[in-house]
Design a binder for this molecule. Structure first.
Ligand code: NAG
Ligand code: NAG
Ligand code: NAG
Ligand code: NAG
Ligand code: NAG
Ligand code: NAG
Ligand code: NAG
Length: 656
């Protein structure tokens, strides 16, 4: 009705001339949006860690929490997996994500890289950069810069129409990430980036940097022309932290670009938890300073497939990137969410537990499936080659040679230079021998006859994403020895496991010739498959669920060809993997493929995986019994709007 009033019709026209500007006002120590002072409270969500299917849901929940903006990283290696091969489709459709954010009424703070850290493989840098072995990443190294320029020439023009002043949601763009924590301290590099970003994004957009809140970090991280912001955790001295920012920016808005709502995990280490009260208290202090803040993470999400990174000394991060954030990995509102915002009324729906039993079968070992997994056959080389030399950047490679002598007695197979990156599953003539692991297990004993195949399946467990060890080569990066002798004459099989899984591996694999009831404590890496039928006609099925691996050891799982990620209950703390419902179907059977690398429960107990209603990312090897937590129960009562379904996989064909 108001629309009929002439003054209301005229006002928007008048305002249009003044809208859509964003900048910094050094007089009021604030941002200005559309000519008015503006302060943001933002939250981090990485589109690469949430299926596109759920983007809208997560953004809405962030909007409902009262956030003004979201912050996201752009992982270069996600969009340019091979040189000059760009992918912005499906789950990688960044522009669609930006459009959804805008439609939801959220502004966007874009962290465009090229380096992002982010607990992401190699900090977002593509592994193919390492094809020049001596490359100095994150510096003025001419090959590195040339690749960056080419990539930014693709990415930034796509971003330009989404800048705030051009009608989109992006108010600020971050250049590099915590550069002050990196050893190179190359100002020319930052200057090149500044020039590049200005060239493609124009002069108007606010470009900024983020560094640890200390003079030390800002020294090499800040650069004139890029607005310097800081990051710091709850529980510390907020005044002191912002004083560090003032060292670089005497005036202008105060900004904490990463205020940690939780923390990251590593396999084999305790799950990180930060109490909601600690966060709420420091958040209050930050806001009381009139500062801007981004909550890192607001939703952590999942390291699907092979995307997790690692820290040094080598510690890979698990598949879950839950981060103990206000929205759980699966998008549930947690107590922390409510502590940070007023309680949002949610309808509680009882959960349904259903069980289905269906047949599945063991389809064969990696070695038995070699023709299928490596159609082009092996690369021959006297000494081992790295993944990068093979132009295979992720997953698994099989290194094969023959035993040069009879190893009747246990004989030492070792990696004297700690060159197994990162884990190797060793077998002789199909008989498993043991596991070599970077930094942890550099030597095992093997036995076997001269001339038989020594097979070493090497897993890339994620590239280091932080610090000076980004040049993280994978595979056998140094020679292996048998006793004192260097092993030579390798046949190296690049393995396209994801491709094979997508082309229905089951029907092409071989029947294993192995004997029944292998008494060894480990087995050769083996594929298992199963078909899970979800009946149609039941409302709200399928739903989100979590998959659990009782009795399984370590491996990778695919559902309908979607690479869900790594599981490793034997090391913990993560026991369940998040299964977003968009990868499940109810019309036809769901195809499930499991690659167990060490030991399945199939010869001793039930050969099954379970789909359960609650996550458990908070166990360790010694705490399996303390896996279900009282707080989770409270949570589910408060917030559940979804129905979980429990499924079971049975392997019936034990005779294999
Ligand atoms: C983004 O949202 C604003 C309203 O908040 C709208 O004016 C603008 O047209 C939208 N931009 C796009 C590209 O949809
Ligand atoms: C916090 O830091 C400020 C500035 O360095 C200092 O004056 C103040 O005493 C500190 N507060 C506490 C509680 O340590
Ligand atoms: C290995 O042992 C077998 C007997 O078991 C023998 O025939 C063969 O010559 C030996 N090979 C080498 C290389 O020593
Ligand atoms: C390997 O075998 C030798 C000799 O049998 C033994 O002394 C040594 O402890 C074994 N090493 C490992 C790692 O099993
Ligand atoms: C393996 O050893 C050979 C001979 O010592 C050496 O030339 C080669 O560089 C080594 N290869 C690796 C990957 O370490
Ligand atoms: C499962 O694999 C079969 C072929 O073996 C295929 O016909 C079916 O469509 C697949 N199901 C799904 C959900 O992709
Ligand atoms: C994780 O487990 C530890 C010890 O078992 C417990 O103190 C902590 O509260 C748990 N965290 C969550 C988020 O449940």
């Amino acid at each position: 009705a108001e629309g009929h009033s002439p003054s209301v019709i005229l006002t928007p026209l008048y305002l249009l001339l003044w809208t859509r500007s964003f900048g910094i006002d050094y007089n009021c120590d604030c941002f200005v949006k559309d000519g008015r002072p503006f302060r943001y409270i933002s939250g981090s969500i990485h589109y690469s860690r949430v299926p596109r299917y759920y983007w809208k849901d997560r953004l809405l929940k962030m909007k409902m929490a009262g956030l003004d903006a979201i912050q996201t990283y752009v992982p270069w290696n996600y969009h340019e997996p091979q040189v000059d091969m760009y992918d912005f489709s499906g789950d990688k459709d960044l522009e669609y994500f930006l459009q959804l954010a805008n439609d939801t009424g959220l502004l966007v703070i874009l962290r465009a890289g090229p380096y992002i850290c982010a607990e992401w493989d190699m900090g977002g840098l593509p592994a193919w950069l390492l094809e020049k072995k001596s490359i100095v990443l994150r510096s003025s190294d001419s090959d590195y810069l040339a690749a960056v320029e080419k990539w930014m020439g693709v990415l930034l023009p796509k971003m330009r129409p989404h800048l705030y002043q051009n009608g989109g949601p992006i108010i600020m763009v971050q250049v590099e990430n915590e550069y002050g924590s990196y050893f190179a301290c190359d100002y020319d590099y930052l200057r090149s980036l500044l020039k590049l970003f200005r060239q493609y994004l124009g002069d108007e957009v606010v470009l900024f940097t983020t560094d640890g809140a200390s003079r030390f970090h800002l020294k090499c991280g800040a650069l004139q022309g890029l607005y310097a912001t800081v990051d710091f955790a709850p529980g510390g001295n907020v005044t002191a932290a912002f004083l560090a920012q003032r060292g670089s920016e005497p005036t202008g808005p105060l900004v904490n670009s990463e205020f940690y709502t939780g923390w990251l995990d590593h396999w084999g280490h305790r799950h990180s938890v930060v109490p909601a009260q600690t966060i709420a208290k420091t958040l209050n202090e930050i806001l009381a300073c009139g500062a801007n803040v981004n909550l890192y993470m607001f939703i952590g999400g999942t390291n699907f497939a092979y995307w997790n990174g690692a820290n040094m000394p080598y510690m890979p991060q698990p598949t879950s990137y839950d981060y103990d954030a206000p929205l759980s990995e699966a998008g549930d509102l947690t107590e922390k969410y409510f502590a940070l915002r007023e309680v949002i009324g949610m309808v509680s729906v009882p959960r349904t537990y259903l069980e289905w039993v269906f047949e599945t079968s063991l389809v064969g070992t990696v070695v038995e499936a070699l023709d299928r997994l490596s159609p082009a056959g092996p690369v021959k080389s006297t000494y081992p080659l790295t993944f990068v030399q093979l132009k295979q950047y992720f997953g698994f490679v099989l290194y094969r040679t023959t035993l040069p002598k009879n190893c009747t007695e246990p004989t030492q197979l070792s990696s004297p230079l700690n060159g197994v990156h990162d884990r190797a599953y060793v077998s002789v003539d199909g008989v498993p021998q043991g596991v070599l692991e970077r930094d942890k297990s550099l030597m095992i004993n093997i036995t076997g006859k001269a001339g038989t195949n020594l097979d070493i399946l090497v897993e890339n467990m994620g590239r280091v994403n932080f610090g000076r060890y980004n040049n993280d080569f994978k595979g056998l990066v140094s020679n292996l020895t048998l006793d004192q002798d260097i092993l030579v004459e390798w046949e190296i099989y690049p393995l396209d496991i994801d491709g094979a899984v997508n082309h229905d591996i089951n029907s092409h694999l071989y029947r294993p010739k192995r004997s029944v009831g292998n008494p060894l404590s480990y087995e050769a890496p083996t594929f298992y498959t199963g078909r899970l039928s979800i009946p149609g006609g039941i409302p709200d099925l399928p739903q989100d669920t979590y998959v659990k691996f009782p009795g399984w050891t370590k491996g990778q799982i695919w559902i309908n060809g979607f690479n869900l990620g790594r599981y490793w209950p034997a090391r913990g703390p993560q026991l369940t993997l998040y299964v977003p419902r968009n990868i499940l179907v109810s019309s036809v059977p769901n195809n499930i493929t499991v690659l167990e690398l060490e030991r399945s429960p199939c010869s001793t107990q039930a050969c099954e995986i379970e789909f359960v209603d609650k996550p458990n990312i908070n166990a360790t090897t010694h705490q399996f019994t303390a896996s279900f937590l009282p707080s989770l129960k409270i949570l589910s009562k408060l917030i559940s709007t979804r129905t979980y379904v429990k499924f079971r996989l049975f392997q019936l064909d034990h005779s294999l």
